[in-house]
Design a protein around this ligand. Sequence first.
Ligand SMILES: Cc1cc2nc3c(=O)[nH]c(=O)nc-3n(C[C@H](O)[C@H](O)[C@H](O)COP(=O)(O)OP(=O)(O)OC[C@H]3O[C@@H](n4cnc5c(N)ncnc54)[C@H](O)[C@@H]3O)c2cc1C
Length: 406
Amino acid sequence: MPNSSAATSADGSSSAERLFLYEIIGLRQTGEATSYPIRRSGSVFVTVSYGCMGEFMRRVSRLGARIVSIRPASPLTKGNPPALASASPADPVPAATAVEETVKPSGKKGKEKSADVPVNIYRPNKPFLGKCISTEELVREGGEGTVRHLTFDISGGELRYLEGQSIGIIPAGTDEKGKPHKLRLYSIASTRHGDHLDDKTVSLCVRRLEYKHPETGERVFGVCSTYLCALQPGDEVQITGPVGKEMLLPQDPEATVVMMATGTGIAPFRAFLWRMFKEKNPDYQFKGLAWLFFGVAYTPNILYHQELEALREQFPDQLRVTYAISREQKNPKGGKMYIQDRIAEHADELWGLVQKPNTHTYICGLKGMEGGIDEGMSGAAGKFGVNWSEYQKTLKKEERWHVETY
Ligand SMILES: Cc1cc2nc3c(=O)[nH]c(=O)nc-3n(C[C@H](O)[C@H](O)[C@H](O)COP(=O)(O)OP(=O)(O)OC[C@H]3O[C@@H](n4cnc5c(N)ncnc54)[C@H](O)[C@@H]3O)c2cc1C
C-alpha cells in the first residue's frame, strides 16, 4: 500500500512542525495582542506551528477575534515573504509570527475561493523538472493491465496544487516528426500536502495504455503512460500545471460527497479521502458523509484496495464504499455489473442525497460512464415526477455536479 502510514516527511520532520498561516480579524490594537501589526484591511496574518494550533485558537477566541482562514505555510519552500514582525516573548500567543497581508479573494459560495486555486504555475514552454521518488504497481496478481502509483519530488520549485486538480506530463523524447511530445494530463492522487505530508511531493495513478491496432492488430502502447509506468526512482520528469477547477472539494466539512470512479478515475478521490480521513488538517475536519462507487474489471484491479478498506473500517459511519466488479459480479439482469448498475441499485437513496443543498457528486474515469449514471438517476428522479436532465442542470449551476472523464 503506497505510503499509507506516512506521518513523517521525507526529511524527517513530523506533522507537528508544519506551519499554518492564520488570517484573523477583530484583534484590537490594545490589550494583550498588541505585538501584531494590524493591517488597514483589519486582517492580521499569523504563522503558527501545528503543535501550537489548539492553544492559539483558544487564545484567539478569548480575545474575541475571529479566524477567517487557515492555510499551510512553508516559509522557505513556498516563497512566503519574510516575517514583518515577531510575537514578543511576553506575548502569550505561542510560536506565532505576523507575516503578510494578502488580497482577500472573492469566491463562489462553498468552493475553494478561485483566487486561491493555483493554475498553470508551470507552462509547457518552461516545465518544472520533478524527480520520481517511488513507483508502485497497483494491480495485483490476476488483474488486468498495469496501473502504477508514482510519486514525484516537487521541492525546490513553486509547484503547489489542490485535491481534484491535474498536472501535465511531457514525456521525454520526440514524436515521429522529431518534435517534442505534447503534454498529457493526469489527475493528482495525493492531497495538497503530498503522500509524505511535507508539501514536497505529488502523486499520480497511471494506467499504461495498451490496445490492439484496429487495422493491423499490432499491440500499441500509449506514449506518455508507458513512459510514466517505466520511470525509475531518480528519473527526472517534466511537469506542468496544475490545472482544473471542476473537481475541487467543497470547503464545507459537513458536506455529503458522492464519488463515482472507474479505473484510474479513483485518483482524485484518493486525494479527497486522504484529506477527509487520514490527515488531521485543522482547517478541514470532515464531519460529513463520503460515498464512493468504484467500478473495475476484477477484484485485483481495485486500486488502493487496502487503503480503502482500512478507511472504511475506521470510519464506518462516515464512509461507504460500493464496488462494481464487472467481470465477477452480475447485475439483476444477469449481465456484467457496471458502476451504473450500482447507481441504479441505490438510485432512490442517491436521489435523496443529491437534493440536499450540501451534497456534491463527482464523476471521474472513463469517458461514457456518465450515460449510465444519468440513466440510474433519471429512473429515481422520475419516480417523483422530476426530469433528471433539468434537475442536473440546476446541480451543475450550483456547482454540485462535477464531471471529469477522459
Ligand atoms: C483531465 C484528465 C485527467 C486524466 N487523468 C488520468 C489519470 O489519473 N490516470 C491515467 O492513467 N490517465 C489519465 N488521463 C488520460 C491521460 O491524459 C492520457 O490520455 C493517457 O495516459 C494516454 O496517453 P498516452 O500518451 O499513453 O497515449 P497516446 O500515445 O496519446 O495514445 C492515445 C491515443 O491512442 C488511441 N487509442 C487509445 N485506445 C485505443 C483503442 N482501444 N483502439 C484504438 N485506438 C486507441 C487514441 O487515438 C488515443 O487518442 C487523464 C486525462 C485527462 C484529460
